[in-house]
Design a protein around this ligand. Structure first.
Ligand code: GAR
Length: 194
């Protein structure tokens, strides 16, 4: 199964997926797409031998449908079956998401349904939570709200700040996302073969 990873930043989750999808894995990363040329993940993907393209939102803004059509063109050109958002900081429109229904996943740095959107770690600390974590979920039009596939947990330490919590949650993200994607692809292939 051909996988595309959409990024906007450092691409550490992207690398954990690329590195897992080797050998006897049912998926292969065929394409990395970034919505900004500034994403550090682009060169990391290229260093792994993965095709990486920039579809720069700034050059399409405010024409969202042209931006999403450009994404779609890349996805079709690379015969992509499954999209994994990995630190992709752009909200996709309902038409795009509808056309990928059941084939688009995201990892979010909170225990959804808590703390949708940004600033998740500080919000968990401010709320006095004892546990934080990350969630892999299907993407639907409503932000960070699709079916939850799995979560990873991290204890919030006394006097912890958002930076240190983010770093410890990220370690869990790197373990969780590849595991869930592998299972998700296995399930999709099982359904197709039935
Ligand atoms: C990760 O913590 C990811 O969960 C989060 O951004 C970070 C990106 O790290 N994603 C979101 O907040 C999406 N709304 P990475 O680029 O190193 O994978």
């Amino acid at each position: 199964m051909n996988v595309a990873i959409l990024i906007s930043g450092s691409g550490s989750n992207m690398l954990s997926l690329i590195d897992d999808m080797t050998g006897p894995h049912p998926g292969r990363v065929r394409l990395v797409l970034s919505n900004t040329p500034k994403a550090a993940g682009i060169s990391k993907a290229v260093a792994r031998g993965i095709t990486a393209k920039v579809v720069d939102y700034q050059t399409y803004k405010p024409n969202i449908s042209a931006f999403e059509q450009a994404l779609q063109n890349q996805l079709e050109a690379h015969k992509i079956d499954l999209i994994c958002l990995a630190g992709f900081m752009h909200i996709l429109g309902s038409n795009f998401i509808a056309s990928w229904k059941g084939r688009i996943l995201n990892i979010h740095p909170s225990l959804l349904p808590k703390y949708k959107g940004l600033d998740t770690h500080q919000r968990a600390i401010d709320a006095g939570d004892y546990i934080a974590g990350c969630t892999v979920h299907e993407v639907v039009t409503e932000l960070d709200s699709g079916r939850i596939l799995a979560q990873g947990y991290v204890n919030i330490l006394p006097d912890e700040d958002a930076l240190s919590l983010a770093a410890r949650v990220l370690v869990q993200e790197h373990l969780l996302y590849p595991k869930v994607v592998r299972e998700f692809i296995d399930n999709l292939l099982n359904k197709i073969s039935q």
